[in-house]
Ligand binder design. Sequence first.
Ligand code: PBG
Length: 336
Amino acid sequence: MATFPTLRPRRLRSKKLLRDLVAESQIRKDGLILPIFIKDGIDNPEEIKTMPEVYRYPVNDKLINYIEESLKNGINKFILFGVPKIKDDLATSAMDSDGIIQKTLKLIKNTFGGKVLLITDECTDEYTSHGHCGIVTINGSSYKVDNDESIKLHAKIALSQAKAGADVIAPSSMMDGVVGEIRKTLDENGFQDVPIMAYSSKYASTFYGPFREAAYSKPAFGDRRGYQMDPRNLEEGVREVYLDIEEGADIVMVKPAHTYLDVITRVKQSFPCYPLAAYHVSGEYSMLKAAAINGWIDEKRAVLEVTNAIFRAGADIVITYYANKIIEWLNEGDPF
Ligand code: PBG
């Protein structure tokens, strides 16, 4: 059996071009999606305290400039999060044809048309006074998020987003049956060509903390463990993906990404014929950013290593607040 000194794995590591030649995975630029927060009632971008260098944008030329810059850079796929002025118990402003997301969709589509792909996060937590991902019924001192009433509401919000021009709907509430209900409603209303990117395996993660500050969507009482998944579970994540596929999801998702690489691998192996997205979430972003600001890690190398790891684990698509930076850094030359 041939072994050392005949076999020397280091031979293929000796030069950059050799390493590139045999690299098994890469950051797929076309698979990057940039999240954008849009806030009603402001004139200028506001930096998010818990997410340095990430901003809430107004619905005006400042947003258009940001998208223009991203397009020049090669980022043309965006997932939109609305921060509304008005919240109520039933997330009414989420399905207002003049609501924050609907206004944003119209503005961006009027300006850029088919040059951009606009994905809308479909949820109620930013739009409800209680901050939950559905309709809450209160009974004395306990509360419940009513699944079957909630999915009807989610379908109405999805329809209103599709009418305003969304290219893809991304339901993130983790309600049972929400994907099927949205699919049915879209189909009945002539939107059979609008795909669903389902947040399928979405864990009850502490790493959404900075996002909740960004979108003011922290639950006013209780938490999301009654609908988002238990971080201890892997097989259940596969089951959730299976159910969403059965209900008509076109793209499935694992979220968070960096902390759940095993779930990404497992889902990809179980359903290789479905595009798989992974969300590098706010807390995962902020940890890297905080370490970088303190000079504890090399930001470029860390972000490219982490992002590549998510693709290597099996993701086809990565949603990341670093999307623009990743492209700039890759254009400078990767560090591998
Ligand atoms: C729900 C939603 C959340 C995120 C994406 N969609 C918040 C939550 O479930 O609490 C989190 C994304 C992130 O942390 O970057 N609308």
